[in-house]
Design a binder for this molecule. Structure first.
Ligand code: SF4
Ligand code: SF4
Ligand code: SF4
Length: 294
């Protein structure tokens, strides 16, 4: 599996205490992505320029000469980087970090099992990302091991994945935290790079097959905090039998610094952050439309 990170003692990724496994690779490119290091399927190096002390250790080990230290600073040529991770291994300043590691399904399961004592009756593992179901076969194998081991399972998904996975997936998954980013397809395409059609089709099919879901809706001021989106959320809520609640999550700009560390432009948009009043108004509207808000 291509694993970006494993976080322990998570309280917001499903019920109870959870170990969250972030998998690398996502078919979407959301403009507000808070985990941009998980988007590309392959390895990348995050470079935190402000932490670099200029020791030159990375340049000494890089087999392709991607790091160059000059009087003007440290230049990192990502176009030649092979993602071997050697530079991050020798950086003592924490200025370089790999965006993923390869692990076998059994190795990931062993990490999850270490926290078994903390899961209690409601906790367990959450597969997140990126889009965890972009690695569908591996995710199924891991979920099977968790089932056999009596560990609770949840998936945080964009909903944009191969729908043929659903019949095998649903008996192995206690709960899906399902993103619904925008009910307006034109905006969805503009801000995520893809149509919301597959997301909605997969969700309705999952519901037919008995999935337990929670709808997670990121609120981005000036983008999707619109009446047509609220109505689409309420419409979906009304059509789903197994949906427990709708959760509204305010956009935050934390992904911006990671974009910079990946060599991109800081895309953190502070003007997109909704105020408490904006969130309260959205919640009031969704309650008025009949949804069960968390
Ligand atoms: S090893 Fe780390 S601290 Fe040293 S030059 Fe490279 S990035 Fe900077
Ligand atoms: S990951 Fe490997 S190839 Fe890429 S910059 Fe580091 S040492 Fe060089
Ligand atoms: S679906 Fe999630 S991981 Fe993928 S681009 Fe969107 S916010 Fe980022």
């Amino acid at each position: 599996m291509r694993v970006s990170e494993i976080q322990r003692f998570c309280m917001h990724d499903g019920p109870g205490v959870r170990t969250t496994v972030f998998l690398k690779g996502c078919p979407l490119h959301c403009a507000w992505c808070h985990n941009p290091e998980t988007q590309k399927p392959g390895p990348e190096i995050l470079f935190w320029q402000n932490k670099c002390v200029g020791c030159g250790a990375c340049a000494a080990v890089c087999p392709v000469g991607a790091h160059r230290l000059t009087e003007d600073g440290h230049f990192f040529d990502r176009s030649v980087c092979k993602g071997c991770g050697k530079c991050a291994e020798v950086c003592c300043a924490g200025a370089l970090s790999p965006s993923m590691r390869e692990m076998s399904v059994r190795e990931v399961y062993a990490e999850i099992e270490r926290d078994r004592a903390f899961y209690g009756t409601s906790g367990g593992v959450t597969l997140s990302g990126g889009e965890p179901l972009a690695q569908g076969d591996e995710a199924l194998s891991l979920l099977r091991l968790c089932r056999e081991g009596g560990i609770g399972t949840a998936i945080e998904t964009s909903g944009f994945f191969d729908g043929d996975l659903l019949p095998a997936l649903i008996p192995l998954t206690d709960c899906f935290l399902w993103d619904f980013k925008d009910g307006n397809d034109e905006r969805h395409r503009q801000y995520t790079g893809a149509s919301n059609g597959p997301v909605i089709r997969n969700l309705l099919r999952a519901d037919e097959l008995g999935a337990v879901t929670a709808l997670r809706c990121i609120m981005v001021r000036g983008v999707n905090m619109e009446e047509d989106h609220y109505r689409a959320i309420a419409d979906l809520w009304g059509r789903l039998c197994g949906c427990l609640y709708v959760e509204l999550l305010p956009y935050h700009a934390y992904g911006g610094s990671k974009m910079t560390a990946l060599g991109g432009r800081d895309n953190g948009r502070t003007d997109w952050i909704p105020s408490e009043d904006d969130m309260a108004r959205a919640a009031d509207r969704l309650r008025a439309l009949g949804t069960n808000l968390k």
